[in-house]
Design a protein around this ligand. Structure first.
Ligand SMILES: [Zn+2]
Length: 406
């Protein structure tokens, strides 16, 4: 088996190093990326399960490393954080044979496997649903679903306290001479930080777009932090939203009415700050009186019934769409700034302003849909065999090109 694997790997390496990438056309280049991804998945998955076996057989010991991740980092010339996450995944996979099989078959990427394993290890009955979800949603949505699964399966108050006790904000300079910040805090406190940054980030993004500049969203987030700290902003219009007070920040908390009454969530129920993550019900209650809070009680006022036959989108409906679609809804587009609300069935064709007919898209996808014949259609995702865990959706969006264009 080793001989065969060694021989195939050598052949593959020879083939790759002699491949004339410069000579392939556009379609060929795309195909090449697809092939390379298969090769990468195969190699990464084998490395992960092999690391599990190194751990179980103590094969890393006696070579001067203090831990298996230190051994792995030096053995494979990878960063310590990468080695650590491989070791964690390898250990989790021991208990998750289905996920391991999906990873080894190439059906699951390493990043997806990390998310599925994180959830499935604390709530094994969610493994097949998370695997199914991984096939149809973006990594970001998968991560949200996993966070809900973990929140639902662990003692939330204890977890919240533990995270709070380990809070930090560190800064240092990297070898490039750049200033780096890293922090850790509870989701509830993180939401306050992000809610303060978001409106400023959006203003800076809009101003930059007008001037024809394009940078990554995280670049504008860094600008927003600076603006917040320096007490000044890019435009007069932004000034009002830039004050670092909670009064100007808005947080959407989604909570199941039963969880709110009971004081804690039970299996499958949601209590989370939209776009940030799950929080204990007690924390949500602490925020109840705060002016900056928009509480969206699920099963309470049925937001689905708020529909309006007009171009105007009523405020509660707008809030509901904004908190539901936190990123552009075109699959694999993770754009989170400058989003616009689109009528799926156009207003001019009688499409109502209802939760079902509204969707948030980034500027580029909105333009493509409005002017270039692109369509967003709902597709049915095969349901898992077990009852759905918290918030695991069975419908997904598909993005289709103009008719006659493939
Ligand atoms: Zn988009």
């Amino acid at each position: 088996m080793f001989d065969r694997l060694n021989q195939l790997t050598s052949e593959l390496q020879t083939c790759i190093s002699s491949f004339e990438v410069d000579c392939v056309d556009a379609a060929g280049a795309r195909e090449l990326v697809e092939i390379a991804e298969r090769v990468r998945r195969a190699g990464d998955s084998l490395r992960t399960v092999a690391v599990g076996q190194v751990e179980r057989t103590n094969a890393w010991k006696g070579e001067g490393a203090r831990s298996i991740s230190e051994w792995l980092a030096s053995e494979t010339d990878c960063a310590q954080y990468e080695a650590t996450s491989v070791v964690i995944l390898a250990n989790q996979l021991q208990h998750l044979p289905t996920t391991q099989a999906a990873l080894l078959s190439g059906a699951l990427s390493g990043t997806q496997a990390v998310e599925v394993a994180r959830g499935a290890i604390v709530a094994p009955n969610t493994e097949s649903q998370l695997l199914n979800l991984a096939k149809h949603v973006t990594v970001r949505d998968l991560r949200d679903a996993t966070a809900r699964v973990i929140a639902g399966a662990t003692d939330e108050a204890a977890r919240h306290k533990r995270i709070h006790n380990s809070r930090f904000l560190k800064s240092w300079r990297d070898p490039d001479g750049a200033f780096i910040i890293k922090g850790r805090m509870t989701v509830a406190n993180g939401a306050i930080v992000m809610a303060a940054l978001k409106p400023i980030q959006d203003e800076i993004f809009k101003a930059a777009r007008k001037s024809g500049e394009y940078a990554k969203p995280e670049a504008y987030a860094a600008d927003a932090l600076l603006a917040l700290c320096a007490g000044k902003t890019v435009s007069a219009q932004a000034l009002s939203s830039a004050k670092p007070t909670c009064a100007n920040t808005v947080m959407n908390i989604r909570i199941d009415i039963d969880a709110l009454k009971r004081g804690h969530t039970e299996h499958g129920e949601i209590c989370e700050i939209a776009g940030v993550g799950p929080i204990p019900v007690a924390t949500a209650k602490e925020y109840l009186g705060e002016a900056f809070l928009k509480l969206l009680i699920l099963d309470g006022v049925d937001i689905k019934t708020v529909a309006h036959m007009g171009r105007h989108i009523p405020a509660p409906l707008r809030t509901a769409v904004e908190e539901r679609d936190r990123v552009c809804q075109v699959p694999t587009c993770d754009m989170s700034v400058g989003l616009e609300i689109d009528h799926i069935k156009p207003f001019s064709e009688g499409g109502p302003a209802s939760l079902e007919n509204l969707v948030r898209l980034c500027k580029r996808h909105h333009l493509q849909k409005t002017h270039d014949g692109y369509r967003l259609i709902k597709i049915k995702v095969e349901a898992g065999s077990e009852p759905a865990a918290g918030g695991l959706s069975e419908m997904a969006w598909a993005w289709r090109g103009p008719p006659g264009n493939g």
